[in-house]
Write a protein that binds this ligand. Structure first.
Ligand code: AR6
Length: 181
């Protein structure tokens, strides 16, 4: 599904984000930036050792050894990925007792802000936090599509894709997008 917003496009796809040829793809990382399971593991496997080295340098030099907090984002090159850049963000772990919706919204806001600052024109997101971090996908889809919509309505970008990994997730995002327009 592809929808025009203010001269830009938002697209929903089913597939593997490591194959996307957008200027950037977004990694649903953990605060260590050193890799993990899910989409993070897939991205690290394809991007390779130089990618991990750059992640380690960011941990050391930019974050002074600290973890990247939930909702924040940093950028590296894409190395062996088709995408030129990877924007790493850390989603909130679903606990139902904190402001997780706001933190998830910050992931999308900060990733899109970084992409714009770099002059990028296209970006692909996975469904951040809805795997290992257990954020309910119906709620995550509302947050993601709201933030993407707000950004595209205020900026000349070009294309934002949500790359969903299952038909169930695709259907949830599709219904959410249909209800927005
Ligand atoms: N392409 C697109 N989406 C994918 C892919 C892929 N190749 N692989 C998985 N997904 P998750 P989180 C989907 O668990 O919930 C890691 O260990 C997946 O089906 O990757 O933010 C990190 O290191 C789900 O819909 O991320 C962190 O510790 C979505 O991507 C933790 O998991 C997100 O699932 C982050 O958990």
């Amino acid at each position: 599904m592809r929808v025009e917003m203010n001269g830009n496009y938002v697209e929903l796809l089913m597939g593997d984000i490591t194959k996307q040829q957008t200027d950037a793809i977004v990694n649903a990382a953990n605060g260590s930036l050193l890799g993990g399971g899910g989409v993070d593991g897939a991205i690290h496997r394809v991007a390779g050792g130089g990618f991990l080295e750059e992640c380690k340098r960011i941990r050391q030099d930019t974050l002074h050894g600290a973890y990247l907090p939930a909702g924040e984002a940093v950028v590296t090159s894409g190395y062996h990925l088709p995408a030129k850049y990877v924007i790493h963000t850390v989603g909130p772990v679903w606990k139902q007792d904190e402001d997780e919706e706001k933190l998830l919204a910050n992931c999308y806001k900060n990733a899109l802000k970084l992409a714009k600052e770099r002059g990028l024109k296209s970006i692909s997101f996975p469904s951040i936090s809805t795997g290992v971090y257990r954020f309910p996908v119906h709620l995550a889809a509302r947050v993601a599509l709201r933030e993407i919509g707000n950004f595209l309505n205020q900026n000349k970008f070009k294309e934002v894709a949500m790359v969903l990994f299952s038909e169930e997730d695709y259907d949830v995002y599709e219904n959410t997008l249909k209800n927005r327009i």
